[in-house]
Design a protein around this ligand. Structure first.
Ligand SMILES: [Zn+2]
Length: 75
């Protein structure tokens, strides 16, 4: 379990599958994303910038990657 309290998934594929299940159950858009504070994946609502189309998915991943490196996690 991550310190954010979110369930951690160890692979993108697993997180993706769970996000899909969750989307279907809740009717809301749920996506897998790489955590800011731990090296694992979580699922949740997409960041507002991504919904509005202002930020590309790869930019968000790059941002998270940079933060993870800054926090000392090697990817
Ligand atoms: Zn985390």
């Amino acid at each position: 379990m991550c310190i954010t309290g979110k369930r951690a998934y160890y692979s993108r594929a697993e997180a993706k599958k769970k996000a899909k299940d969750m989307s279907r159950r809740t009717g809301e858009r749920v996506i897998p994303y790489r955590c800011d504070v731990c090296p694992d994946w979580h699922i949740g609502k997409p960041p507002p910038g991504l919904i509005r189309g202002e930020v590309s998915r790869s930019e968000i991943h790059q941002h998270r990657y940079d933060r993870a490196r800054a926090l000392g996690y090697e990817q």
